[in-house]
Design a protein around this ligand. Structure first.
Ligand SMILES: [Zn+2]
Length: 544
């Protein structure tokens, strides 16, 4: 009997989590997430799965975030017919989020195919449609925390509170082997604990192998209390109010938006922030908020901390595009929250075009900005950015408020891992950029974990497991170079080069100088062309 564990995503980056556990009798996936971030990474969403979807018996889903659930409809389209085990909260949020993701695929592909047609290129298909997303919901099977569920021959699972977002869980997978039951614990994404908005994470101790996320493995500053967080938020909002303009909060539709909104409303009620209109301009965040009203019960505090988020006088839901477009005419102090949180999709781009060049406006980034996203570029202090091909000057104040992450920080991750001891086998670090992962490895070593027992798998790495050991198997051809996983890619480099060129041309003292500059560039291009090495340019025509 051999037990194999392969990591098909979130290996060297924070998105696309997907682990495949294979025994002689069964194959299960833990999550089936979508890749987000650079175009190189996102292109993986269009490629075939590196395994046979029809051979997967079941999916164990930790939570609804798209980087964990986003390729489930694609898995179904590729032939997966088994159950998807998830909590009720995860299921209800997936119904909202996968349909939204399908809608985004359809509209992105529509735009792309329009351009492809203009350029004489073949049309591409969406990864999946909103209809596929609706269809895959029939495969969901509800699990309760703490109850053992039979998953497939020789495989059982128990779901545990992860304290990350509504419905989120860590998953203990129990595999029957000749050595007795092998216990693997997948952390999923972990919450910070000690918050009114979500219960504390809890999982069993004494496992054979631990698979833990490392998103914030290099950061400590998020260990703030609810009250401390609110003070920081109040300061940002008061500063923005003093500037006289609106605040745009790029929204992470699930959890962070609802926590921020609940805090904004309570700060306004308490008179700590000037009252003003608050607009939730994201159909997805609105629907997610409705799930939170239904499923947000915190068993630790016996309340639903989101109960004030019904639409009304203070909080306005902008469901239609027409309502959203009407915000264009608003001036002065108001708050707009629009998805997406990293600024690469959704209505937020429209608001950024409208507000980025205004000196009195404030853009408040509310969480992790992946390498290569517009949010990261703004955070990096860019003075000009390109949005949907349009160059936009950045004059607005770009602020970051990282304490609203629903993730545990480095201290929280180490404490959670320590509480799982004794761990007989390996600790696998996933779901973090390389620097965060290395930092967490060092922290864990200092906390007493032997460095030889900590593994940092790269994309598509496979391990053969016994209860005490994880042996790396020879690596199959990986779909992506490890160095390309976390880096900004050539699309980012191209966009910034074009912006710089425009800037130089504008700044040149006259047309003659502009022509000289262009002639020099053309000559350099010729040179680069004739001395071109054997490395071919990678073609990613179907990435948007
Ligand atoms: Zn998550």
């Amino acid at each position: 009997m051999s037990v194999n564990l392969t990591f098909h995503g979130a290996a060297g980056c924070v998105t696309g989590f997907c682990a495949r556990l294979q025994t002689d009798k069964a194959t299960v996936l833990i999550d089936c997430g979508m890749f987000q971030g650079s175009k190189t990474l996102k292109a993986l969403n269009y490629n075939d799965f590196p395994f046979e979807a029809g051979a997967v018996d079941a999916v164990l889903l930790t939570h609804s975030h798209i980087d964990h659930s986003g390729l489930l409809p694609k898995l179904m389209r590729a032939g997966f017919t088994g159950p998807i085990h998830a909590t009720a909260g995860t299921r209800d949020l997936c119904a909202v989020m996968l349909a939204d993701a399908g809608g985004i695929q359809e509209s992105e592909v529509r735009h792309l195919n329009y351009r492809n047609e203009q350029r004489g290129r073949a049309p591409v298909e969406p990864i999946y449609t909103a209809r596929d997303a609706k269809r895959v919901m029939r495969q969901f099977s509800k699990v309760r925390l703490g109850e053992e569920v039979a998953i497939a021959p020789g495989i059982r699972a128990v779901y545990w509170e992860a304290g990350h977002i509504v419905g989120s869980s860590s998953i203990e997978v129990i595999v029957d082997t000749e050595e007795g039951p092998m216990r693997l614990l997948f952390s999923g994404d972990l919450g910070a604990g000690g918050r009114a908005y979500s219960p504390d994470p809890r999982s069993p101790s004494g496992v054979d192998h631990l698979i833990i996320e490392s998103t914030y493995g290099d950061r400590d500053r998020m260990a703030l209390s609810d009250a401390e967080r609110r003070i920081l938020l109040a300061k940002e909002l008061n500063d923005a109010h003093d500037r006289g303009g609106p605040v745009l909060i790029p929204a992470f539709a699930v959890e962070r938006s609802q926590e921020l909104l609940a805090d904004i409303l309570s700060l306004m009620d308490d008179g700590q922030v000037p009252r003003g209109e608050v607009f939730l301009d994201s159909p997805l965040a609105i629907e997610a908020t409705e799930v939170f009203l239904r499923r947000g019960w915190n068993r630790d505090t016996e309340t639903n901390p989101f109960q004030d988020l019904r639409a009304g006088e203070r909080l306005k839901y902008m469901r239609s595009t027409a309502q959203s477009d009407a915000l264009e005419r608003l001036r002065g102090w108001h708050i707009v929250m629009a998805a997406s949180g990293m600024c690469d999709a959704g209505r937020v781009r429209k608001h950024l075009k409208r507000l980025l060049w205004q000196r009195d406006a404030t853009v408040l980034l509310s969480g992790y900005q992946a390498a290569g996203t517009l949010g990261r570029i703004l955070q990096g202090g860019a003075t000009q950015v390109s949005i949907q091909g349009e160059p936009i000057q950045v004059r607005a104040h770009i602020r970051s408020l990282d304490c609203y992450s629903a993730h545990a920080d480095a201290g929280g991750l180490v404490a959670w891992a320590k509480a799982r001891e004794p761990i007989g086998g390996q600790v696998f670090l996933l779901h973090g950029e390389p620097s965060a992962r290395v930092a967490l490895r060092d922290r864990l070593t200092k906390a007493g974990f032997a460095s030889g027992r900590i593994a940092c798998p790269e994309m598509d790495d496979r391990f053969v497991l016994t209860r005490a050991q994880a042996t790396p198997a020879s690596r199959a051809a990986s779909r992506i170079e490890p160095t390309a996983v976390a880096a900004p890619d050539w699309h980012n480099a191209r966009a910034s080069l074009l912006l710089e060129l425009d800037e130089r041309l504008r700044a040149a003292p006259g047309d003659a100088a502009r022509e000289r500059l262009l002639a020099a560039l053309r000559a350099d291009l010729e040179d680069a062309g004739s001395s071109r090495s054997a490395a071919p340019a990678r073609s990613l025509e179907h990435s948007s």
